[in-house]
Design a protein around this ligand. Structure first.
Ligand SMILES: Cc1cc2nc3c(=O)[nH]c(=O)nc-3n(C[C@H](O)[C@H](O)[C@H](O)COP(=O)(O)OP(=O)(O)OC[C@H]3O[C@@H](n4cnc5c(N)ncnc54)[C@H](O)[C@@H]3O)c2cc1C
Length: 453
C-alpha cells in the first residue's frame, strides 16, 4: 500500500492499535472457513487485504468509507470470519473492515427486540436475552463466535429455524442502519421489507452498523438424542415431530450412519450402525417425546437440559455445518452440499441419489420452516470429494430431481443460493456502491457504470 494511503488511514482511525498491517494478522482477518470447499481452498488461500481497520463507532465507519471511496480502495466487511463460502475473503485486496469491536448490546425492548451493533456475538446475545426472558429465534451452530452483523450479512438460519424460519422470514430482522459507499457515504435506515435489499448480500451493498433483531420468548429446553435402526425410520419419526405444531422444538436433526461415528467427543450418545436423531424439545414435552421415540422403535441415548451456550455437551455443536467439520476431521476427503429436499417427495429424492451416488453422499437433515409456514427437510449432506466434475455432476443431478442446492463451492452470491430473483440486492448495490468497491467480485451480476465520455 502506498505510504500516502497508509498515512491517510491513520488519520481516519486515530488509534494506531486499530490499524493492522502485520502479515500474519492480515492473513487471519482475510480468511474464513472457505477451506471447507476443496474448490475454494485453491482459489482463496492467497487472497489478502492490504490493511485491516477496526472501527469502534459509526462515525469511524463513515470516515473509512469516505476515505476508501476517495482513493477507490475496496472494502470488505468482516464479523467473526466463520462464513463457509469465503464471503469475507477480499478478492481484490484493500481494506478489511473488522467490525468485532462494535459489539454493544444497546437494549432488549419490552416486546423482545434486540438493538445492537453488528460485532455483538450471537452467543453473548443469547445469554443476555435469556436473562430477560427472551432467546434468539435462530442461530448458526457457530453461536459462540459468530457476530450478529455477519449472520445477517452471510448466514441464513440454523437452530430455531424449525420453528421460526430463516432470517429472511417472518420479520425476524426488523430493521438496520447501513452505511453506504456513495460519493458521500451516509447512514440509511432499512425497515420492514426494505431489509431484504441488504440482508444476505455478503457486505456487497452496504455496511450494517446498527441492528434490530426480533427475539422469541425463552423456553426451557431439553436436548435429546435417539438411535434408530435405519435412516428412513429416523427420518420419518423426526419429520412427524418437525411438522407437528403441537411439539415445541428448536432443533430437529437426522444423521445417517456413519455420520454419528464422526462425533468422537459424544460417541456415547451414538449406537454403532444406527441413524441418530437430535431434537431440542421443550422440557415440558420431554417425557412425551421419549414415549413417542420408544413407540416408534427408537432408543433414547441421551437427554439433558440446555442451559445456554455453555451447556455441556452442547449438542448443537454437531448439527448444521458443524456436522461437516466433524466429517472432515474423520476424513479430509469429505466435503458437503447445502440442499433443500421436497417435503412431499423427499424419500424418492433420497432413493434416486443413493442409487446414483451410493455412499458418496451421506444424508444429514435439518428440518426448517419456510416463509409459507411449511416445515421442510433442509439438508447439509456430507459428500465424498473426488473431482470437481463429479461434484458439479451431483449438484446438477440434485437440481434435475427438484432438490434445491445453494452451491457452497462458489464464491459469489448468484449461485450460492440466496440471490433474489427480484434483483433488489443488485439494485441496492447500484445505488449504494456504484463504483463496486464493497467486497468486489462477490456479486457477479453487478457492472460498474463508466461515466459517459
Ligand atoms: C462450523 C460452521 C457451522 C455453521 N453453521 C451455520 C448455520 O447453522 N447457519 C448459517 O446460516 N450459517 C452457518 N455457518 C456460516 C457462518 O458461521 C454464519 O453464517 C455466521 O453467522 C457468520 O457470522 P460471522 O460473524 O462469522 O460473519 P463473517 O464470516 O465475518 O461474514 C459473513 C459475511 O457477512 C459480511 N458482513 C460481516 N459483517 C457485516 C456487516 N456489519 N455489514 C455488512 N456485511 C457484513 C461479510 O463481508 C461476509 O460476506 C457455519 C459455518 C461454520 C464454519
Amino acid at each position: 500500500m502506498p505510504d500516502e494511503i497508509a498515512a491517510g488511514l491513520s488519520e481516519v482511525i486515530a488509534d494506531r492499535s486499530r490499524v493492522l498491517t502485520t502479515p500474519a494478522v492480515l492473513d487471519r482477518l482475510s480468511h474464513d472457513f472457505y477451506w471447507y470447499s476443496p474448490i475454494l481452498r485453491g482459489q482463496l488461500a492467497k487472497k489478502m487485504g492490504d490493511v485491516a481497520l477496526q472501527p469502534i463507532n459509526v462515525d469511524e465507519v463513515l470516515a473509512v468509507l469516505r476515505f476508501a471511496g476517495q482513493h477507490e480502495i475496496p472494502v470488505t466487511a468482516r464479523g467473526a470470519g466463520t462464513g463457509n463460502y469465503g464471503q469475507c475473503v477480499p478478492l481484490q485486496g484493500g481494506i478489511v473492515l473488522d467490525l468485532s469491536l462494535m459489539d454493544k448490546l444497546e437494549e432488549i425492548t419490552a416486546d423482545g427486540v434486540a438493538v445492537c451493533q453488528p460485532g455483538l456475538r450471537l452467543g453473548a446475545l443469547e445469554t443476555e436475552a435469556r436473562k430477560h426472558g427472551w432467546e434468539l429465534r435462530m442461530y448458526p451452530s457457530t453461536l459462540a463466535k459468530a457476530s450478529v452483523g455477519g449472520f445477517l450479512g452471510g448466514g441464513s438460519g440454523g437452530i430455531g429455524s424449525v420453528a421460526h424460519g430463516q432470517l429472511r422470514d417472518f420479520d425476524n430482522v426488523r430493521a438496520f442502519e447501513v452505511v453506504t459507499m456513495e460519493e458521500r457515504p451516509r447512514v440509511v435506515l432499512h425497515e420492514g421489507a426494505a431489509v431484504h435489499e441488504i440482508l444476505h448480500a455478503w457486505g456487497t451493498n452496504g455496511i450494517l452498523t446498527r441492528i434490530w433483531l426480533a427475539l422469541a420468548p425463552a423456553v426451557e429446553w431439553t436436548q435429546m438424542t435417539a438411535a434408530f435402526d435405519s435412516y428412513l425410520a429416523a427420518f420419518r419419526f423426526t419429520q412427524s415431530i418437525a411438522v407437528d405444531g403441537a411439539w415445541s422444538k428448536r432443533l430437529a436433526t437426522v444423521f445417517e450412519w456413519p455420520i454419528p461415528s464422526f462425533f468422537t467427543p459424544v460417541r456415547r450418545v451414538t449406537r454403532d450402525g444406527k441413524a441418530l436423531v437430535l431434537i431440542m424439545i421443550a422440557n415440558s414435552q420431554a417425557e412425551a417425546l421419549r414415549t413417542a421415540i420408544e413407540a416408534a422403535g427408537g432408543e433414547v441415548t441421551f437427554a439433558g437440559e440446555y442451559v445456554g451456550p455453555r451447556t455441556q455437551p452442547l449438542l448443537s455443536d454437531y448439527t448444521w455445518n458443524h456436522t461437516t467439520l466433524w466429517a472432515m476431521k474423520a476424513d479430509p476427503a469429505y466435503t458437503y452440499l447445502q440442499c433443500g429436499f421436497s417435503p412431499t417427495t423427499c424419500e424418492e429424492q433420497f432413493r434416486l441419489l443413493r442409487e446414483r451416488y451410493g455412499d458418496e453422499i451421506l444424508f444429514h437433515i435439518e428440518f426448517m420452516k419456510n416463509g409459507e409456514n411449511v416445515v421442510a427437510p433442509g439438508a447439509i449432506p456430507v459428500v465424498r470429494f473426488t473431482t470437481e466434475e463429479r461434484l458439479n455432476d451431483m449438484i446438477a443431478y440434485c437440481r434435475s430431481i427438484g432438490v434445491f442446492v445453494a452451491n457452497p463451492h462458489v464464491n459469489y452470491l448468484e449461485d450460492a443460493g440466496r440471490f433474489r430473483a427480484d434483483n433488489i440486492q443488485l439494485r441496492a448495490k447500484q445505488r449504494y456502491d456504484p463504483r463496486g468497491l464493497l467486497n468486489p467480485g462477490k456479486m457477479i451480476s453487478f457492472r460498474r457504470e463508466e461515466p459517459a465520455k
